[in-house]
Design a protein around this ligand. Sequence first.
Ligand code: SD4
Length: 326
Amino acid sequence: MELNRRRFIKNSALAGTGMLGIPVLKANSHNEPADNAIPMAVATWNNTAAIQAAAGIIHRGGSALDAVEAGARVPEADPGDLSVGYGGLPDANGIVTLDACIMDHLGNAGSVTYLQHIKHPVSVARKVMEETPHVMLSGAGALTFALEQGFKKENLLTDESRQAWEKWSKEKKPFGETNFENHDTIGILAIDQQGNISGACTTSGMAYKRHGRVGDSPIIGAGMYVDNEVGGACATGVGEYVMKTLGSFLIVELMRQGKSPQQACEEAIKRIVTRHPRRFKDFQVGYLAVNKQGQTGAYGTEKGFEYTLLQQESNRVHPADYYLKD
Ligand code: SD4
């Protein structure tokens, strides 16, 4: 680890003098990076602005925990992101309910589920972690706690999201477990200059979900998990399948057993596929992982999953490999 840190410091100095050649990612199919790849940050989907916010913190020597929170707050505040925070698509009853979690390198974790009216659930999750003896607060209790902590009550349903919901209501589409309209949940993992890892995940959940439904994103070990000895993982897509296999925890444990992040993501997707051989073609689940060396892996059930990776000076979106080919 110290070696990686020294390499980072050396590379930072080179970058400062314009001598560092970028990008540094190797062009193999799994994007296995160079071994001097920390600090780093990686997020599900096209989240370059979020990763930029995280990068600003870790490159200044800040903590991975601050970085993942700052990163997650970017789409939470963005009304154009229909899957997260403010502007997130509502549930079947037209109500925006948010799920989020956060976990640090010491194994501390916080989470909120079914939270309404608060734009930054990831920050409430962090307060749960730091200010209470609990891990998870839900619904009205989570809202009361957020208000006590000084968060502002806001209307999170934008005109755009309300109109989309009205259209959906008129079409009277049945409740579906699958929903391809709504796949931008951010899971974000970062390793700081000290080599410590943290992760966060935040979402408005599946669009038009049944009122009261909670997905995988706030469940520690399902939507996100980090272990400072091993690495971290996060998930996006239809949370029910992630929860039933505790995907992020599974990936971290597979890495602990020696699998690369890519191999671990692939095995976790195969676990879902083999359990649901007739159904997996109808939904997307995407996993993203990083080990403590800063090597990343990503894999989806089907085409379309992508992730944003910052290593050294490069902040880029990469397509993930996937299971369902033809
Ligand atoms: C959920 N996993 O609530 C979330 C949805 C998601 O990108 O990831 N959308 O099931």
